[in-house]
Design a binder for this molecule. Sequence first.
Ligand code: GLA
Length: 351
Amino acid sequence: MRSSDDVVSFAPGRANLIGEHTDYNDGLALPFAIEQGIHVIARPCASAEVLANAVDHGERERFPLSGLSPKERAGGWRDFVRGAIGELQRAGHELSGAELEITSDVPEGGGLSSSAALEVALCLALLAVAGSDELDDRVSLARLCSRIENEWVGARTGLLDQLASLCGRAGHALRIDFRTLSVNPVPLELGDWQLVTVPSGEQHSLAESGYNERREESERAREQLGLDSLRDARLGDLGNLPDPLDRRVRHVIEENARVEETITALHARDLEAVGRLLDASHASLRDLYDSSTDAVEETVERLKRDGAAGARMMGGGFGGHVLALLPPNLASPPDAHVVAPSAGARLSAPE
Ligand code: GLA
């Protein structure tokens, strides 16, 4: 039962049109928020604790409002709640007791950013219950949410997912420049074309996959090149790097360029060209970044065989969903979900 004191937060998952493994290298990406995401209904309570009900997991837990430390791990969704409380307090927010009910319609471990959606929805709900409105500074909130993931969950992810969830705009993708953190909406007009996501059948966990290893490799390559970030790397630098670092850096340089080319193709309404860029991104993630798996390859090959204009792995890789661009009149495969560019995270009144 909801009461008038309830607040409801919603944070969407995201699809990433192109620009993968570029965020933690100060590069470019072109994600968009999707319709699916995480709802948190929050109600103030008198005791100094958060009582959270993870409805889809059928699990409940009490979290104290003091004494939480990122050094202890509780596992799964609990670390996100602990991290949201801990990071909001570390940022100076005074939190009050709350009961939270968490529900999701975005698949977990699927590359659709259920993690960032959970971080953002929890933070908005806890802030709203405490009477604080942090929504004016979405970039700072994205940084705070990414610290939850880095320090409390253990995945050294960048800011792609949190910025997409917080800054999403209906009908638009977002050109994000991770060096300046500027976010610019780009119209994503598909006409009769469709963007769909298809599960590879393999879940991934960013904290446990090769994701952190790729990030370390990027750092090693950057150090060996003596650069502030791989955004400044040039193809001419590759001869100075051993394998596989040279391949990792080539991916980052060329993927940044593909983001700009995709924006040009979207402005020209040339969706065939967008499809070719998605294919090129996938080939690079597979051959240069080594982040594909057999299940992902089978899914991409099936989609291409059935007529997709482009198909590629999405998000951190090592499993998860494949994004495909389908031309007009091509039926969507039975296991596909249409993803439409949607509005970003928000608070709403209870129904
Ligand atoms: C995951 C991470 C992001 C980003 C992508 C790869 O989704 O959470 O920060 O690095 O992988 O582009």
